[in-house]
Design a protein around this ligand. Structure first.
Ligand code: FAD
Length: 455
């Protein structure tokens, strides 16, 4: 019997339960990826992620060919395409990773129905996308954890799967045709960010190995320092599933030490947000905890934020890093998001959309739930805290190196003075093509506190 392994957010051969299960039924399997119209129509296929995806597909195809197989690529309505391929291959089963978004749920339901009508079975596998399955641990009487620390305590005690080896060989039934892998430009018109990382399982594994082999040890000390750039940058590989979350946790734990502990804790945040979205798919678009916010919409302010021209250098550096690399340091994401939602008091959805337009790791669970966390409409237990960009800058970029790296207009301003360009000598200030602050921080804080009824 033949089975179809439908790749989604698991573009890898190592530790892939979906592929493994499809191959268990016999020697033949169809490794299938569908360029899903619904993903494109939702605006999710943007140039940065399209470029990364195309790299992933090439790498996957090369890995499959080395093992005697090949990637089968189709395009269109996902359900229709999967049914057609299953028919062509005379496959009795289709295997798929469980995933948490509303889109993933609908996809699964539609597939189950359509395949069932043709006498075929859909098998859905947990712990492909996350290390611990959403819902595997819950507080008494509830369907998900709304607070991270108790979640983490339970998560840390879960036994993980032993990572699976990649298949040694596989054969794809001859009659099943495939499209060529398209160019990124044909998938998403527009130019990818110039500093985008290359995608694919091979690159992800190289990066993981290099990370575990040294930099990890410094993670606990270094991960908050914007200028040191001491985080793993594995997020796009985890988002596309080039790396398995399970394998990443297992290998980091195997290295041990406080760096590994801190890193594994961040990976638990990923699972945490996935279990929230799994339980409340509507939280991708609606407040998880409505606070009655009447968000402000000032198009000029929002545009200044997007363009990295708010006049607050650390916020602007963050936004320019995003535009240039399609990626942003976690601390930079936190303060850029806080600036939009709390200082400008603009709707978190506006910011989340902009991030999703650019982030190469742009992920519905992580992005939307982190935005809600920062906006105070999500799972933060201190929903009304406001990050002061100046205090943050002094703490996270004490010498100003991060700002100088990303804001060429300020590259000549030495030391921490770069964080307060408005306080520079008037003659120096005039020579800089850099805007004045678009908002007064005290005024903004008072406005936010009044809006939330805190005074
Ligand atoms: P590391 O510090 O090396 O962490 C290792 C891994 O842990 C990351 O690759 C990621 O998979 C996971 N992780 C770390 N922090 C978080 C977190 N707060 N939430 C969930 N997972 C985490 N992450 C995304 O993967 N996609 C997104 O779209 C995304 N949007 C975000 C939006 C905002 C407003 C904020 C505040 C955070 C967002 N994050 C998102 C989380 C986090 O910023 C990134 O995962 C991290 O910066 C990626 O860099 P890294 O791989 O070097 O992380």
């Amino acid at each position: 019997p033949t089975a179809v392994a439908l790749f989604t957010a698991d573009l890898r051969l190592h530790d892939n339960p979906v592929l493994h299960a499809a191959l268990r039924t016999g020697g033949e399997a169809v490794p299938l990826f569908v360029l899903d119209d619904a993903v494109r129509d939702a605006g999710f296929l943007v140039p940065n992620r399209a470029a990364f995806l195309v790299d992933c597909l090439h790498d996957l195809d090369a890995g499959l060919r080395r093992r005697g197989g090949r990637l089968v690529l189709r395009s269109g309505d996902l359900t229709e395409q999967v049914c057609r391929v299953a028919e062509e291959a005379s496959a009795a089963e289709v295997h798929l990773a469980a995933d948490v978004s509303g889109h993933a749920r609908t996809r699964e339901e539609r597939l189950r129905r359509a395949l069932g009508a043709a006498g075929r079975e859909l098998h859905v596998h947990d712990t492909v996308v996350t290390a611990v399955a959403p819902g595997a641990v819950t507080p008494a009487g509830k369907d998900h954890f709304a607070v991270f620390t108790p979640y983490f305590n339970r998560w840390a005690g879960c036994a993980l799967r032993t990572p699976l080896d990649p298949p040694r060989a596989l054969a794809v039934p001859a009659p099943v045709g495939s499209l060529p892998i398209p160019s990124a430009a044909s998938l998403a018109p527009g130019r990818p960010s110039p500093g985008l990382p290359a995608g694919g399982e091979s690159r992800g594994r190289e990066r993981l190995a290099a990370w575990l082999d040294g930099p990890l040890d410094d993670y606990a000390q270094g991960h908050d320092d914007l200028s040191r750039d001491a985080t793993s940058r594995l997020s796009p590989y985890l988002h596309f599933g080039c790396l398995s979350a399970t394998e990443t946790v297992v290998r980091a734990r195997g290295r041990g030490g406080e760096g590994a502990d801190a890193f594994v804790r961040q990976l638990a945040w990923r699972d945490f947000h996935h279990q929230v979205l799994a339980a409340r798919p509507q939280a991708a678009h609606h407040d998880y905890r409505p606070r009655g916010d009447r968000w402000r919409t000032d198009p000029q302010e929002i545009e200044a934020w997007r363009a990295g021209r708010t006049g607050y250098p650390v916020v602007d550096a963050a936004m320019r890093q995003l535009a240039h690399e399609g990626w942003m340091h976690n601390r930079a994401r936190l303060l850029a998001a806080s600036f939009l939602t709390k200082t400008l008091y603009a709707d978190w959805r506006t910011g989340a959309r902009h991030f999703l337009d650019l982030l190469v790791d742009g992920d519905l669970a992580n992005n939307q739930m982190n935005w809600q966390w920062v906006a105070g409409t999500g799972t933060d237990t201190r929903p009304n805290r406001v990050l002061n960009p100046l205090a943050q800058a002094r703490r996270l970029d004490p010498d100003g190196a991060y700002v100088r790296r990303w804001i060429p207009e300020l590259a000549g301003v030495p030391g921490p003075a770069v964080h307060r360009p408005w306080a520079l000598d008037a003659a120096v200030r005039r020579g800089l093509d850099y805007p004045d602050p678009i908002v007064d921080l005290d005024h903004a804080l008072a406005r936010f506190r009044a809006a939330r009824g805190l005074d």
